[in-house]
Design a binder for this molecule. Structure first.
Ligand code: ZN
Length: 357
């Protein structure tokens, strides 16, 4: 079957207002929860992936928003909960398909992985006769991705690693770049990896897709949640799914990273952090200090290049070679540093009323 991409795909979605997912038809102007059956537990308990379909009265783009593909990454679950309660959806044009927990087995186990230790986000597009991960990936591709025109996948850093709110996408594609800029986080990372991720599989299906990262696994981070919710709403406005906001956008103009790399521990020991997430560092600056638990000489961890810290570990116990700091390089580090500060001020819990989002 030929892949229908870009504007042709959107035009097709505009014509057909009823959407069918998992054998359930969702009429225009209705909102339905659909439970897609997945592999039951070995106790014989049935298990399903919950999907909320909000179908606007008027046809338009079909956007999926997914979270917890890594089962311990929870900020996205909360972003989707808040999105589904948002009053703006009353004026929705097109269709929102929200999947707050893709990796249900992982969420139950509070684990990034599936019970077979596979990474779901390395198992796309999957196969109906493949591993457990491959089967879930295949189901998601058939029932969600194949029926959408655009997608946003919500992630966090790993356990003990915090990410600055950022969007990763194939920014060489103009449609994807437009959405990434609309999302409104200070940092965009350009990547078009061949890694078996949902993003790669969606791209191959002709669907522009963003990956949002913010905060760390097994934690709620309020700034990351607010930045993510605001980002999804801004993308929906940019797509014409929601009316433009009457307020001037508070979102900073994002800056694109040319490259990024992890700074690793030069030796094992106890780490004291010295650089903060989002801060601008110059080549040779001290990011942290590693020492033995009792006493002994400090070993400095220095920045190998000038850049912005977009992630770091929170765990002070490190082994030699462990990834400690994620440094992104930009054309203008000063601009990014200012925008990171603006985002944190704008979205700080004490300073924001929900209506601003
Ligand atoms: Zn993830």
């Amino acid at each position: 079957m030929p892949v229908v991409t870009g504007p042709a795909r959107v035009a097709k979605a505009e014509q057909s207002n009823t959407i069918d997912i998992g054998g359930t038809s969702v009429a225009p102007g209705s909102c339905v929860t659909i439970n897609l059956p997945i592999a039951r537990l070995y106790t014989y308990e049935n298990l399903s992936m919950p999907v909320e379909v909000v179908n606007g009265r008027r046809g338009g783009p079909r956007l999926f928003v997914s979270a917890a593909i890594h089962g311990d990454e929870l900020n996205g679950v909360e972003i989707i909960r808040r999105l589904l309660c948002h009053s703006a959806l009353k004026r929705l044009r097109g269709t929102l398909i929200a999947v707050p927990v893709v990796n249900v087995h992982g969420l139950l186990n509070r684990s990034r992985y599936l019970p077979d230790r596979r990474d779901l986000n390395r198992s796309f597009p999957g196969s109906g006769r493949g591993s457990l991960a491959g089967r879930i990936a295949d189901l998601f591709m058939r029932e969600i991705v194949a029926k959408c025109t655009h997608g946003i996948d919500l992630h966090t850093g790993a356990v003990h690693r915090e990410n600055l709110p950022q969007v990763r996408a194939n920014l060489d594609d103009p449609d994807t770049l437009h959405l990434a800029e609309a999302f409104g986080v200070p940092v965009l990372l350009n990547s078009d990896l061949r890694d078996g991720s949902l993003r790669e599989a969606a791209m191959e299906s002709g669907i522009p897709m963003l990956l949002y990262e913010g905060g760390e696994a097994l934690r709620f981070d309020e700034v990351s949640i607010r930045a993510g919710l605001r980002g999804v709403l801004q993308v929906m406005r940019a797509l014409g799914m929601l009316p433009a906001s009457r307020r001037a956008s508070l979102a900073p103009k994002p800056v694109m990273a040319r490259s990024s790399s992890w700074v690793r521990a030069p030796q094992s020991g106890v780490l004291r952090l010295q650089a903060m997430l989002g801060s601008r560092v110059a080549r040779g600056d001290t990011l942290g200090v590693i020492a033995a638990p009792l006493a002994g000489a400090d070993c400095k961890v220095v920045a190998p290049a000038t850049g912005i810290l977009i992630a770091h570990t929170h765990l002070p116990l490190v082994h030699e070679g462990e990834a400690l700091f994620h440094l992104a390089r930009f054309e203008s580090n000063t601009a990014v540093a200012e925008q990171v500060e603006a985002l944190q001020e704008t979205l700080a819990p004490a300073q924001l009323e929900d209506e601003v989002i």
